[in-house]
Design a protein around this ligand. Structure first.
Ligand code: SF4
Length: 253
């Protein structure tokens, strides 16, 4: 019986490790730093089980995010981050996905339930709509662009991230942008737009107009989740996306 129990435990560990490696593979991470072994005490776990424990320890001894020279190093530096109060409720730190040298970067608000479970941004219904915008609307592949969020951990009940959470996570996003060096950022939804532009102006007034984000052209538009509730506004997003496409085709972009 003990042997059977050991086999089952090994099988669960192997499955968790495979999911973990696949998740980082989708995020473009090919190498993982050497960990120090499983050290986290059971009472310290956020409740997500073995995978969370593995993730925390695989990344626990990395250089600070500010010194990261690549997305892999940045993800490693974020590690099992507990810098803000969102960490206990998450399943995964949802880092980002796509082309590490993309010309176009989409930035949303934060992970939802599906994203938290899968560890990848924009994979739920709203994510499918974003994928349609990228593929059917723009004629690109999802792998051609880079997709990230303002905060990397799911806010409880999908509430808006709070100012202290945004502030804690902001250095990671800034570093991500610095490493990807996109020529255009599309900010998705009121929250991402206002956070990036440090503005309180309504998205209805900000969208459709080019803004500057530290020298990068930024186009605000509605969040795909908003479009699911308000499909009539899809035409406005299409107008914004057409401006992005035009800019991408100009020689300087
Ligand atoms: S949201 Fe950002 S700062 Fe907060 S715990 Fe997650 S990764 Fe860390």
């Amino acid at each position: 019986m003990a042997l059977e129990g050991d086999r089952e435990e090994l099988r669960v560990m192997a499955a968790s490790l495979r999911r973990h490696v696949e998740f980082h593979g989708r995020a473009g991470i090919r190498l993982l730093p050497r960990g120090r072994g499983i050290e986290r005490k059971p009472e310290e776990t956020p409740g997500e089980g073995l995978l969370g424990g593995l993730e925390g320890n695989l990344f626990s001894d990395c250089a600070p995010a500010s010194q990261a020279k690549s997305l892999e190093e940045l993800r490693a530096a974020i590690g099992d981050c507990r810098r803000c109060k969102l960490w206990p409720g998450r399943t995964h730190v949802v880092f980002g996905v796509g082309n590490a040298k993309a010309k176009l970067m989409f930035i949303g608000e934060g992970p939802g339930r599906d994203e938290d479970l899968q560890g990848e941004p924009f994979v739920g219904r709203a994510g499918q709509l974003l994928t349609d915008i990228i593929t059917k609307g723009m004629g690109l592949k999802r792998e051609d662009v880079y997709i990230a969020n303002v905060v990397k951990c799911r806010p409880p009940e999908n509430r808006n991230p709070e100012p202290d959470e945004v502030e804690s996570c902001e250095p990671f996003l800034k570093k991500q942008i610095e490493l990807v060096q996109p020529q255009i950022i599309v900010a998705l939804g009121k929250f991402a737009v206002q956070s990036l532009l440090k503005s309180k102006v309504a998205i209805t007034r900000l969208r459709g107009i080019w803004h500057d984000y530290h020298g990068i052209k930024l186009m605000p538009t509605f969040h795909p989740a908003y479009l699911l509730r308000n499909p009539g506004d899809k035409k406005l997003v299409w107008e914004d996306i057409k401006k992005v496409l035009k800019e991408l085709k100009t020689p300087s972009a």
